[in-house]
Write a protein that binds this ligand. Structure first.
Ligand code: FAD
Ligand code: EPU
Length: 339
């Protein structure tokens, strides 16, 4: 029997560490819990699905039912000499999945090492880091439609993955619970992605000339630890905003005014600007308003130094957006999910 609790604090279940109380709360441990939830008519009242809570900002208490996804299990589904198809249940901790693939010497997830959260949330924003995005290895997912109790399969095209984006980020947030994902990985001749400069630098500092997937994972892990705050110690949800993408003409206008502008090639011929740089130029890096702050090693990360509530962090983000808009004419969009 699935247990539904009342008035449960979510403070330890979101990495910002902000307080919010779920009116009702249940943990999904096995696939059949979802069917049971549906049969009992409780699936209709789902107001929030949580995995690791590492990409949400909770602004207030959550009415209705909050589900915590703890569906467990990883397995090999099919393989050839060169490739392997694996599946992971939605509640698997993402980094545990990465480590499992590395133990099997499977390639594809090494650049995505140490991203917090669960496998089931990875497709929501097509997680990405260090030149790799989930969509590069994604095969399909199975989602449980809460209102109908049906299981629906989505392939990569149907997910419409973009930069920190998929249909799931826009669609009615609680329509589907992503129960399982399938990934296609390499077994040999791994295609390494070392184009992100810091990875090459880290490898060469360690005297590694022919890196393995495990070496790349270790390099990414070390780079991440050097600039991103550990949510166990300082509340945060990674990048608060997306890096904005602008037209070439807009980038040229900005470069003329700000020759130091940090930019990269974006999607569809657009130019991606570094939001961290824009924020830093506005003087926000390392600043604090009450317990809400802009992290001193990475200006794109907003942090909860102690007892900030969701509205404090949102208010800080509004000030930052206002200043970036005033100085650069660029509108920053949140990357995290504001609930
Ligand atoms: P949650 O925060 O629990 O949920 C996020 C959203 O997805 C919510 O809207 C939630 O309702 C929904 N959701 C969660 N699980 C499901 C499900 N099974 N079915 C349907 N909806 C669901 N992200 C990157 O892309 N790249 C990075 O490099 C990166 N670095 C980070 C570093 C730090 C220190 C932190 C704290 C975060 C970072 N993130 C990064 C953001 C975050 O780790 C990812 O977005 C991650 O995929 C969120 O997983 P989660 O399980 O914690 O999702
Ligand atoms: N920069 C600054 N000041 C800052 C931060 C960055 O000037 O305070 C400039 C520097 O020039 C730096 C460049 O921006 O070299 C890029 O910075 P970084 O490599 O830290 O990456 P990012 O663009 O700030 C993005 C993702 C991260 C991801 C890293 C690595 C987004 C919104 N963020 O950050 O993802 O880990 O690249 O690939 O795309 C997340 O989504 O939560 C997240 C952490």
């Amino acid at each position: 029997m699935i247990k539904i609790e009342e008035k449960v604090s979510l403070r330890n279940l979101n990495t910002f560490g902000v307080e919010a109380v779920a009116e009702r709360f249940a943990v999904i441990h096995k696939d059949s819990d979802l069917d049971e939830l549906y049969r009992e008519g409780a699936a209709d009242s789902v107001a929030l699905i949580l995995g690791g809570g590492s990409n949400v900002l909770l602004l207030s208490d959550i009415p209705g039912l909050t589900l915590l996804n703890r569906l467990e299990g990883i397995r090999v589904e099919a393989e050839t000499d060169d490739r392997v198809l694996i599946s992971a249940m939605g509640g698997v901790i993402w980094h545990d999945l990465v480590l499992w693939t590395l133990r099997h010497n499977f390639g594809g997830l090494e650049n995505l090492s140490l991203i917090p959260g669960t496998a089931g949330a990875a497709p929501i924003q097509n997680i990405g880091a260090y030149g790799v995005e989930l969509k590069m290895v994604f095969e399909k997912l199975e989602a449980f439609e809460l209102k109908t109790g049906k299981r629906v399969s989505f392939n990569a095209a149907e997910c419409r993955f973009g930069y920190r984006d998929s249909i799931f980020k826009h669609m009615d947030r609680n329509r589907f619970l992503i129960a399982r994902i399938w990934l296609s990985l390499s077994k040999r001749n791994h295609q390494l992605h070392l184009e992100y400069g810091a990875i090459r630098q880290m490898l060469s500092e360690n005297g590694i000339t022919h890196p393995t997937v495990q070496d790349v994972s270790r390099a990414v892990t070390a780079i991440r630890q050097s600039k991103l705050p550990d949510p166990e110690k300082i509340g945060n949800a990674g990048s608060f905003f997306k890096n904005p993408e602008v037209t070439v003409a807009e980038a040229e206008r900005l470069k003329a005014a700000f020759p130091e502008l940090v930019h990269f090639p974006g999607a569809d011929g657009r130019i991606k600007l570094s939001a961290g740089w824009l924020i830093e130029q506005c003087g926000w890096k390392g600043r604090r308003v009450g317990d809400a702050g802009c992290y001193d090693k990475q200006a794109l990360v907003l942090v909860n130094w102690a007892d900030a509530v969701g509205e404090d962090i949102l208010a800080l983000s509004t000030l930052i957006r206002r200043d970036v808009r005033a100085k650069f004419g660029v509108d920053l969009q949140p990357e995290i999910n504001i609930v």
